[in-house]
Ligand binder design. Structure first.
Ligand code: SF4
Length: 429
C-alpha cells in the first residue's frame, strides 16, 4: 500500500514540475513515506529523518514526513525533530498539493486540513513499467490485538467499481501486463449499488468480464493482497478457478498456528478452519500456491504453541512466508498483555520458523522441476547480462537465457533446476 501511495505522490510531484535527483544532497524537497506496522520500521524512519536533519544544517531544503507514522505521532514528530517542515497524516493526503505549492513558493502552510474519509490516490506507474498496483479498498476494522493498522489507516472504505474498471482500462492502455489489487483486507471489499451489494468475488468477476470484453489481452495477470481467512470464501476460490487472468497464488495470512494464540490475537478463525480453507482452495483451484505471514513471540506463547505453528506451516505447505517476531505497539491491547516473551526467546522461535519455511519453499519448488510454466519477464539477471529474471504466477523466480528486449513480456519456460530459491530454466517455443 505504501508503494502504491508513494507512486501516487510521485505523480503529484511530476505534475507540479518536480524532478527526481540522484543525490539527496541536491534535493529541494525530501519526502519520507513511513510505515508504523513494526517498531523496526519506525526506528529506520527516525534514522533517515536524523540523516536529513543533519544535512539541513548545511543547506536548506524542505523535509516532509507522511505515512502511518505521521498519522500515529502527528505533531509529536516535529516536537521530537524540529528539522521536519511538514507532517502529513493518512487523512491529510488530499492536501499534499497545497503543501507542495507552499514549498515551491517558499511560504509556510500553517494548517493542513483533515479529510473525514480516506481519499484514494489514482494508480500510477513509471513510464515503461509493466506491473502496477491498484487500490480497491482501504482501512481495517478487524483490530487484531497486536496491530496498529486500524488506528492509523482508519475504517474500511471500498472504492467505486466504476473507478476501478476505468483505471484498469487506463493501465492496460499504458502497457501494464500485471495488476495487483490492493487493500488491508481485500476480502471485505463491499460496494452498495443499485440492485444490491458488490462483494470481493463479484468484483473479481466484474474485472474478468471487463478485461475479456475489451479483448485487448494487455493485462494478463491479476493478483490481490491481502486476504483475511475469516472472509476468504468458496465463491472467491471458484472465481479464481473460472478465469485464467487470476494468478494461481493466494497470500492467505495465518499469523499463528495455535488456537489459544489466534484467540488472543482476535483473528476470528481456528487452525482447523484455516487448514480446511487451504485444503478447499487447493482442491478448487488446481496448481494454486499459498503463502502467509507468521508472527512469533506473541504474549503468553508457549513451546506447544510454537509446535502448533510449525505443524500448521507444514500442513499448509507454504511456498513462502513473511516471518516476524512480535514487537509491542503502544496503544494496542497486546502491548499491555501479561507474559511478554523475552527477546532472545522470540528470536530463537523465529529462527525455527524461518528454517522450516526454507525447507518448505525448497520442497514445493523441487516438485516443479521438469515442468513448464509461464513467466512475466521482470528484469535482466543481476549476475549475467544475457540472462533474464522472470516471475511465475505462483510468485516464484526463474532465471533463463534471453535478450533484454524481452523484459516486460511473457515467456513459456521449462524449469530445469534450482539454484537457491530461484529456478533455472530454458525458454520453450
Ligand atoms: S486484519 Fe489484523 S493484522 Fe491485518 S491490518 Fe487488520 S488489524 Fe492489522
Amino acid at each position: 500500500m505504501n508503494k502504491a501511495e508513494s507512486a501516487a505522490l510521485e505523480l503529484l510531484l511530476a505534475e507540479r514540475g518536480w524532478k527526481p535527483v540522484a543525490d539527496p544532497e541536491l534535493a529541494d524537497l525530501v519526502l519520507i513515506n513511513t510505515c508504523s506496522v513494526r517498531i523496526t520500521a519506525e526506528n529506520r524512519a527516525w534514522g533517515r529523518i536524523a540523516l536529513y536533519a543533519a544535512l539541513k544544517k548545511r543547506r536548506p531544503f524542505a523535509l516532509v514526513v507522511t505515512g502511518c507514522m505521521a498519522e500515529r505521532l502527528k505533531h509529536d514528530m516535529r516536537a521530537t525533530q524540529p528539522a521536519i517542515d511538514y507532517v502529513v497524516g493518512t487523512f491529510q493526503k488530499q492536501a499534499f498539493g497545497l503543501v507542495l505549492d507552499a514549498v515551491a513558493a517558499g511560504k509556510r502552510l500553517e494548517e493542513i486540513e483533515e479529510s473525514p474519509v480516506y481519499e484514494f490516490a489514482s494508480s500510477y506507474h513509471e513510464p515503461g513499467a509493466f506491473r502496477s498496483f491498484l487500490p480497491i479498498m482501504h482501512g481495517c476494522e478487524n483490530f487484531c490485538t497486536y496491530c496498529i493498522v486500524p488506528y492509523v489507516r482508519g475504517k474500511e472504505v471500498s472504492r467505486d467499481p466504476a473507478t476501478i474498471l476505468s483505471e484498469l482500462g487506463e493501465l492496460e492502455e499504458r502497457g501494464i501486463r500485471e495488476v495487483t489489487l490492493l487493500g488491508q483486507n481485500v476480502s471485505s471489499y463491499r460496494w452498495k449499488e443499485e440492485g444490491g451489494e458488490l462483494d470481493f468475488p463479484a468484483l473479481l468477476e466484474r474485472i474478468a468480464g471487463f478485461l475479456e470484453g475489451r479483448g485487448k489481452g494487455g493485462i494478463r495477470w491479476i493478483r490481490f493482497l491481502t486476504s483475511h481467512p475469516k472472509d476468504f470464501d468458496r465463491r472467491t476460490m471458484d472465481v479464481i478457478a473460472s478465469s485464467p487472468v487470476f494468478c494461481r497464488h493466494v497470500h492467505l495470512v495465518a499469523q499463528h498456528g495455535s488456537n489459544r494464540v489466534l484467540k488472543a490475537m482476535n483473528r476470528k478463525y481456528t487452525r482447523e478452519s484455516y487448514l480446511s480453507l487451504v485444503d478447499e482452495l487447493k482442491a478448487r483451484v488446481p496448481g494454486v500456491t499459498v503463502s502467509s505471514d507468521i508472527l512469533m513471540g506473541f504474549p503468553g506463547e508457549t513451546e506447544n504453541d510454537v509446535e502448533d505453528t510449525l505443524d500448521l506451516m507444514r500442513r499448509a505447505g507454504y511456498v513462502y512466508s513473511y516471518t516476524y517476531h512480535y514487537n509491542p505497539r503502544a496503544g494496542t491491547p497486546a502491548a499491555t498483555m501479561p507474559d511478554q516473551v523475552a527477546d532472545a526467546v522470540k528470536k530463537q522461535r523465529l529462527a525455527r520458523v524461518i528454517g522450516l519455511q526454507r525447507e518448505l519453499s525448497r520442497d514445493s519448488m523441487k516438485a516443479l522441476v521438469g515442468g513448464e510454466v509461464e513467466v512475466l519477464v521482470e528484469d535482466v539477471s543481476k549476475k549475467r547480462a544475457d540472462e533474464l529474471l522472470g516471475r511465475t504466477q505462483q510468485d516464484m523466480m526463474v532465471v533463463f537465457p534471453g535478450p533484454s528486449s524481452r523484459v516486460g513480456s511473457f515467456a513459456r519456460v521449462r524449469l530445469t533446476g534450482l539454484r537457491g530459491n530461484t529456478f533455472r530454466a530454458v525458454e520453450v517455443p
